[in-house]
Ligand binder design. Structure first.
Ligand code: SF4
Length: 100
């Protein structure tokens, strides 16, 4: 019988699992939102619902940082089409999920 420790021996935390992922960040952002006219943006929803914490409120503006994006698409779903440019990163760029 093997006495080797298994990764399943201790409870897994979501934060630990997510830290295993690797990002190859593209120099060109794959998501853009307007900084000048943010009328119609669901700013608080973006800040509270983005699982990667890419959105931050500064005063009454929402700032966006694409580097740690999980590419889940949530912000695309909750933002009017004319207020967001959302594409997947170029091939080979962006997040590489690690499941082990
Ligand atoms: S795609 Fe998902 S992880 Fe990326 S910025 Fe939008 S909500 Fe956040």
């Amino acid at each position: 019988m093997s006495t080797q420790a298994s990764p399943l021996d201790k409870p897994l935390k979501l934060e630990d699992l997510l830290q295993r992922n690797i990002w190859d960040v593209d120099e060109d952002p794959h998501i853009e939102i307007p900084m000048d006219d943010q009328e119609g943006l669901r700013k608080r929803a973006l800040v509270h619902l983005c699982p990667a914490g890419c959105y931050t409120m500064i005063g009454d503006k929402v700032l966006f940082s694409y580097e740690g994006c999980f590419e889940c698409g949530l912000c695309r779903v909750i933002t009017p089409e004319d207020k967001i440019r959302w594409e997947y990163p170029k091939s080979g760029k962006g997040i590489q999920y690690r499941f082990t």
